[in-house]
Write a protein that binds this ligand. Structure first.
Ligand code: ADP
Ligand code: MG
Length: 519
């Protein structure tokens, strides 16, 4: 008996959960070590006392109420109580069950309680992450459709413009419609970036170049009272990144800094190589650090805790979208890096972004020299896209440039056509997302027909991150929405001997979308 009792006592005393027994008069008759610890009393003080002796009035009342329910109704009661333990907010879960004697009468209450603070924190984290994912998916779905529509809108406008003399009353209308559409395209790209579905342009990137570019842009637009200072690290390691996305990251951080300063102050941008040797394993290794510090208003801990939440903003309606830092977070995570933020009200803010050093050596393949073609200017391009409007636009653009154009509205049709006409077709422009036979499958079948087939892929998605095989064999990639000029440039790149002809056609105006940041 004694041995057995000893065994149970050891078990109970070593449990991480607090365990106690209360009788019908609410007096504690037993309590294990963990319970005594959480109540902050010695066992001797606890035995014989009731809730009122141990807790403040409100908590004692709530606990007494629970015990009463168990005693009178003979059923279990569960509850969760939040309390402030010093600085730390804790959450404690309690389960009370009735204790019965041999006749079935409830003689007391057995209670178990444990700290669920960490669990609740993790749950909130997961909840937050899934919210971000849901928004990403929603945004990506809409953005994909928008992309297609914008390709058509932009293309048509671009074709209209040259036929209108600059003084023509419609010229201004069409060109303002065009710049609005370019802006919309930039927005769509951001949404796609958010959902991680658009084609990212990964390459070894030097962050110093990005900083110089963004600072150049900002200096022209920011209040002259706000100084921008840069300290660029020497011999900075390259990072494996999409430069456009990093541009976006820096732009957002700087615009937030500008808003926090609101007049006189300083933004300092720093880059440097950091070798992290301690801390969690995932954060060890060689990193390039991008630091953006400002002398602005700073943040309270409550604000700081929520800054990466999509749509969280402290700015007035119309001023903030609350998407800036959510994007920054998504992009940095996509680049396998992380962000540290230091901020205090009145003492400014500092963001440190760590991006892993690129392993990649800069290997640039030697350009393959092609024999001069005897069919200059008569190359035949097969345009494959299931979206009729986009296909038409591509066909018109290429025909206008002197190419012969064949078209197919899905992968299957494209493969059949290629099988028949492969001696004539010099290049295939292949949309990646198509019904019947996807661009991806069609490409494989094209390779079977001709291992040297020249393909330019068109897509707005990154879900279809190209495989090595595809990258090796493609001669170009156009990101949707593309404008006629971008398509021409990509196609022309596939035919280097054609560049000598470029002077014969109107100059290609490449209008880069204005750098807009979700600030
Ligand atoms: P938005 O700028 O549209 O409000 P963000 O996601 O970019 O959305 O930022 C969210 C919030 O984080 C801002 O509203 C602001 O309260 C806070 N914040 C971000 N950067 C800074 C900064 N550098 N200094 C002070 N507060 C900042
Ligand atoms: Mg912002």
């Amino acid at each position: 008996m004694r041995q057995s009792e000893e065994k149970y006592r050891t078990l109970i005393e070593n449990l991480g959960q607090g365990i106690f027994l209360q009788d019908r008069e609410h007096r504690f008759v037993a309590a294990n070590a963990q319970f005594c610890k959480s109540a902050g009393r010695a066992e001797g003080e606890i035995i014989g006392s009731t809730e009122t002796d141990l807790y403040d009035a409100a908590r004692a009342h709530a606990h007494a109420e629970e015990v009463r329910t168990v005693l009178t109704e003979g059923r279990s009661v569960e509850s969760e109580t939040e309390a402030l333990a010093g600085e730390r907010r804790t959450c404690v879960r309690r389960v009370l069950t009735p204790v019965r004697d041999a006749t079935g009468r409830t003689t007391g209450v057995l209670g178990i309680c444990w700290d669920v603070t960490e669990q609740r924190r993790l749950e909130a984290h997961v909840h937050q992450a899934s919210k971000m994912d849901a928004i990403g998916q929603l945004a990506g779905g809409i953005a994909h459709d928008f992309n297609n529509l914008l390709t058509v809108i932009l293309g048509n406008l671009e074709m209209m413009l040259p036929s209108l003399a600059p003084g023509h009353p419609d010229h201004a209308l069409v060109s303002s419609a065009q710049s609005a559409a370019v802006r919309a395209a930039a927005l769509t790209q951001r949404l796609l970036g958010f959902s991680r579905r658009h084609q990212l342009d990964w390459r070894p990137t030097n962050l110093n170049g990005i900083v110089t570019e963004v600072v150049g842009l900002l200096q022209r637009t920011i209040d002259p009272l706000t100084r921008i200072e840069t300290h660029l690290g020497d011999e900075l390691w390259a990072v494996h990144a999409d430069p456009t996305q990093l541009n976006q990251v820096l732009m957002n951080l700087c615009i937030n800094a500008r808003d926090a300063i609101g007049g006189t102050g300083q933004i300092t941008i720093e880059t440097g190589c950091v070798a992290v040797t301690d801390g969690p394993p995932a954060k060890r290794g060689d990193f390039v650090r991008l630091r953006v510090a400002d002398t602005g208003a700073g943040m309270s801990p409550e604000v700081k805790a929520r800054i990466y939440e999509p749509f969280f903003t402290t700015k007035d309606v119309g001023k903030g979208t609350g998407l800036g830092l959510a994007m920054v977070f998504a992009i940095v995570r996509q680049h396998k890096g992380w962000i540290d933020c230091y901020s205090e009200v009145g003492a400014g803010t500092r963001f440190d972004i760590y991006l892993p050093r690129s392993e990649e050596a800069k290997v640039v393949a030697a350009p393959e020299s092609l024999p001069p073609s005897t069919r200059i200017g008569k190359e035949t391009v097969l345009v494959v896209d299931d979206e009729e409007l986009i296909r038409k636009l591509a066909v018109m653009t290429l025909q206008g440039r002197g190419y012969c154009v064949l078209q197919a509205s899905d992968g299957k049709e494209a493969v059949e056509l290629y099988a028949r006409e492969k001696d004539r077709i010099d290049l295939v422009l292949l949309d990646l997302t198509m019904p019947v036979l996807s661009g991806r499958e069609a490409f494989r079948q094209l390779l079977d027909l001709n291992p040297r087939v020249k393909v330019i892929f068109a897509s707005g998605y990154a879900a279809e991150q190209l495989s090595d095989l595809e990258k090796e064999h493609m001669v170009g990639f156009v990101k949707k929405p593309y404008r006629p000029n971008e398509l021409i440039l990509a196609v022309e790149d596939a035919f280097p001997w054609r560049s000598g002809l470029r002077h014969e056609v109107p100059p290609v105006q490449v209008c880069t979308p204005p750098a807009v940041a979700v600030a």
